[in-house]
Design a protein around this ligand. Structure first.
Ligand code: LLP
Length: 469
């Protein structure tokens, strides 16, 4: 209860002993301070990165992405083996997608899930074997479905009755990459009525959201899919939310979906079950996600027990983590510009402005998401002060880090690093206020390279048809 009386800090934000510390759960494993106190990522100092590429800069630690992909895959493999089944992991590309990252995760033995025609093109441009792709979306167009079928996408996850008929028309024309005889494998996404958000889950009979088919309607849709010669129904899909902690929501959802799975077995084999993604990560020192091994075992055990109780075989499982693979591998570097102390009714808040903001990270504005920041160009001195890091956009909700303690001597010209920006930052970025999007640079073993180039002023003006060229 330190906060309410004397400071505007929220209760979850405990002041650190050292406001230069790098909490291991939040930062990539390679993050450290060198002898001068400068932040080093993947063996490259923040100063060197910024001298080469400028600010703002999205840094992605390749080793961390690969390690997390590997750990997830190994954890689900081990859990599946222990419970007599197999598990496949799809990287949910919506979290961060470019051809380089697709190659990294494929290389680590993962598959890739895409949810629009654009994401599909990136995965194909990376040279991905289309058979290792899953295609999602609640409103896939006919053109997108045609492209997916023609490319030979491994699994299309059907979201609605209308989509079944769209696919039926496409496969009846023999458009499959594998030829007219090969059936297109499909799953049906169901809405289990379980909605999990961070630490809690909510279970209802009727979930009020756009994704998937309500459980009650699924038998009718599956029967229709099974009638269509060019489609092969391989199983149910269910994704209950994102940034989820613990297994309780997955357990409840799996139990509901297994009731349906069992019912549908009367109409034929169902080899697979996909339980989606959503595994939570640490954004601040207050977040303590369980080890992925614990989650994997808890979820797979729940499915295996549920199958045993129903006397049915355990299907091959799939999972679709996005954030858990890339979130903590990303760090954004900014330069500090102006600083203001704003007197509040209770205490003072120091506003630290940086040269980016909601155009490169919309999550604080969109979701009230919390982040962690540290001085990057040096270790600071002075007692920790409560700051709010804000961007340069013309909007008061343009917050980068809502609440953080930084060394009291934070000053204009310092480099600031914001942790855990690898997921859902670049994909949600915009050109609001005509701010160019930053480059994405990969670091590994002391080397850095651009994997997505930054936007130039020329890029910003390129689509304005009123400019004489
Ligand atoms: N599978 C499906 C069907 C999904 O819809 C999602 C996320 C995932 C997998 C991956 O979830 P993850 O493991 O990354 O949590 N923009 C929001 C998150 C939106 C997530 C949408 N679907 C955010 O920034 O928090």
């Amino acid at each position: 209860m330190h906060s309410a009386v004397s400071s505007p800090a929220p209760e979850w934000l405990t002041p650190p002993d050292d406001a230069n510390d790098l909490v291991p759960a939040v930062w990539p494993a390679s993050a450290e301070r060198d002898a001068d106190g400068e932040l080093v990522l993947g063996g490259v100092t923040a100063g060197r990165l910024v001298r080469t590429y400028g600010t703002p800069l999205q840094v992605l630690d390749e080793t961390e992405v690969r390690r997390r992909a590997h750990v997830l895959r190994a954890a689900f493999d081990a859990a599946a083996r222990a419970h007599g089944t197999t598990a496949r992991v799809y990287y949910a590309g919506k979290a961060l997608l470019n051809t380089t990252i697709v190659r990294w995760v494929l290389d680590e033995g993962l598959n890739v899930d895409v949810c629009t025609g654009g994401e599909l093109e990136v995965a194909l441009a990376a040279g991905a074997d289309a058979g290792r792709l899953g295609f999602h979306g609640n409103n896939k167009s006919v053109a997108e479905l045609e492209r997916a079928v023609a490319a030979g996408v491994g699994t299309i996850i059907i979201d609605s009755a209308i989509e079944i008929e769209r696919l039926a028309a496409i496969v009846s024309r023999g458009a499959s990459a594998a030829g007219a005889d090969a059936a297109q494998r499909v799953m049906l996404r169901v809405n289990s009525g379980v909605h999990a958000e961070t630490h809690d889950f909510l279970a209802t009979a009727h979930e009020d959201q756009k994704f998937g088919t309500p459980l009650q309607l699924a038998p009718e849709l599956v029967a229709r899919i099974r009638e269509i010669e060019g489609l092969e129904f391989v199983g149910l899909h269910c994704h209950i939310g994102s940034q989820i902690f613990g297994v309780a929501g997955f357990r409840e959802s799996a139990s509901r979906v297994l009731d349906l799975h069992q019912e549908l077995l009367a109409g034929g084999d169902i080899p697979q079950l996909n339980l989606g993604g959503g595994f939570g990560i640490a954004y601040t020192r207050a977040d303590a996600p369980e080890p992925i091994e614990t989650l994997a075992d808890g979820i797979v055990a729940a499915v295996a027990e549920g199958c045993a109780a129903r006397g049915i075989p355990v299907p091959a499982l799939s999972f679709e983590p996005g954030r858990a693979i890339v979130g903590n591998a990303g760090v954004t570097l900014y330069e500090v510009g102006t600083i203001k102390d704003v007197a509040l009714e209770v205490g003072t808040r120091r506003y630290v402005s940086v040269d980016g903001g909601m155009s490169d990270n919309a999550r604080p504005a969109l979701y009230g998401a919390q982040y962690s920041a540290r001085l990057a160009s040096r270790a600071g001195e002075g007692a920790p002060v409560l700051v709010r890091v804000v961007g340069k956009h013309c909007e008061s909700g343009d917050i980068v880090v809502d609440h953080e303690h930084l060394p009291g001597d934070v000053a204009p010209g310092d480099l600031l690093a914001v942790a855990a920006t690898g997921a859902y930052c670049a994909p949600l970025s915009s050109n609001y206020n005509h701010v160019p999007r930053p480059p994405i640079v990969a670091v590994r073993d002391g080397e850095s390279r651009v994997i997505v180039r930054g936007e130039s002023m020329a890029d910003l003006l390129a689509r304005d048809a009123g400019i004489q060229r």
